[in-house]
Design a protein around this ligand. Structure first.
Ligand SMILES: Cc1cc2nc3c(=O)[nH]c(=O)nc-3n(C[C@H](O)[C@H](O)[C@H](O)COP(=O)(O)O)c2cc1C
Ligand SMILES: CC(C)CC(=O)C(=O)O
Length: 359
């Protein structure tokens, strides 16, 4: 029976996945306050449709960081797809390519970037800048050669968030036979060496972003910028986009939902940087609310893993197809011809005080 919504797909994935793997995907950090806040924020904003605008069938196609996409919904980077399905990132990449969606490959993918690129769709590569600049440089050259169209540099992880579900379940590392394939340096003949672990470093600074900017001509997005002052600072560093993200509630707990932080960031950067929002997007209406507050696109993390777990490539295709049709319907019902038509006038923030005429 095909899931009618991402909620149904989530339940199906939960029933299929080994509980420790389910927790690894589903969990957040510490008390999971941010994790819950992400979805809740969308439910607390209402949509007030405009009528009779005659905009015709909504168009979803867009361009982001030089990539054409058939919909403004990006696959966020998530680690370890082969824990969800044996075909892992290959299956995800095929589904994304067929849907014309941009797939952001995690640095912690369990398939090498060259093998993922075989699917032929637009790929971005997510990078944790490593203290070993030589390694980072080699990896950047490798993903350039593989045809990745942009780098998404995750900046919300100077240290790793404390994920208590994983500690309780004793999930420490990938099982034998799986590793972070992009962490295996390439030898002179392209042979892959032993995997190194990903380092998280509190010494990283804007100077490292400047260094990366000099190193590559690929567009660079910073992922995890939430403070308007950092958004403004990023304008000076020559980056090309920002992901407004709290890492799906997996890093600093009690960070508010990205949806709530979006408008001040959009104010801070104006039209100079496109914004991608991720965290809790589960419906077409959620995406529309993010567009109304200034996002150019949204990204989805966990739903892709649910789709993979339930049906491999077909499951991810189903996730994208559900969101595409929901977004088309939400735009049409709001009188919008595209995501660009969405504006704050469509939003209702609930501080409901009944008002009625007394005379
Ligand atoms: C299982 C899992 C693995 C993730 N791995 C990465 C990663 O390797 N790099 C990264 O920048 N973000 C990673 N994220 C965060 C996502 O890119 C994204 O910010 C988040 O999942 C969005 O929220 P959502 O899952 O509610 O859609 C991961 C998230 C999950 C759930
Ligand atoms: C392996 C981790 C680095 C992946 C990650 O960022 C996450 O699990 O949130």
């Amino acid at each position: 029976m095909k899931a009618l919504s991402l909620r149904e797909l989530e339940a199906a994935a939960r029933a299929l996945l080994e509980p420790g793997i389910h927790d690894l995907f589903a969990g957040g950090s510490e008390d999971e306050v941010s994790l819950r806040a992400n979805e809740d924020a969308f439910a607390r904003v209402g949509l007030v449709p405009r009528v009779l605008r005659g905009r015709g069938a909504p168009r979803l196609d867009t361009e982001l960081l030089g990539c054409r996409a058939s919909l403004p919904i990006v696959l966020a980077p998530t680690a370890f797809h082969r824990l969800a399905h044996p075909e892992g990132e290959r299956a995800t990449a095929r589904a994304a390519a067929a849907a014309g969606a941009i797939f952001t490959v995690s640095m912690a993918s369990t398939t090498a970037i060259e093998d993922i690129a075989q699917a032929g769709g637009p790929l971005w590569f997510q990078l944790y800048l490593q203290p070993d600049r030589g390694f980072t440089e080699a990896l950047v050259r490798r993903v350039e050669a593989a045809g990745c169209k942009a780098l998404v540099v995750t900046v919300d992880s100077p240290v790793f968030g404390r994920r208590e579900r994983d500690l309780r379940n004793g999930f420490m590392d990938l099982p034998p036979g799986l590793c972070c394939e992009n962490m295996r340096p390439l030898g002179p003949d392209g042979e892959r060496g032993p995997a190194r672990s990903i380092a998280f470093s509190p010494t990283l600074s804007w100077a490292d972003v400047d260094w990366l900017r000099e190193l590559t001509s690929l567009p660079i997005a910073l992922k995890g910028v939430l403070h308007p002052e950092d958004a403004k600072r990023s304008l000076d560093s020559g980056v090309d986009a920002l992901f407004v993200s709290n890492h799906g509630g997996r890093q600093l707990d009690t960070v508010p939902a990205p949806l709530e932080l979006l408008a001040p960031i959009a104010d801070a950067v104006g039209d100079r940087l496109p914004l991608v929002l991720d965290g809790g997007v589960r419906r077409g209406t959620d995406a529309l609310k993010a567009f109304a507050l200034g996002a150019r696109a949204v990204a989805i993390g966990r739903p892709v893993l649910w789709g993979l777990a339930v049906g491999g490539e077909a499951g991810v295709a189903h996730v994208l197809s559900l969101l595409r049709s929901e977004l088309e319907r939400a735009l049409a019902l709001c009188g919008c011809g595209s995501a660009d038509d969405a504006s704050p006038e469509l939003l209702h923030f609930s501080r409901w005080e009944p008002r009625w005429r007394t005379s």
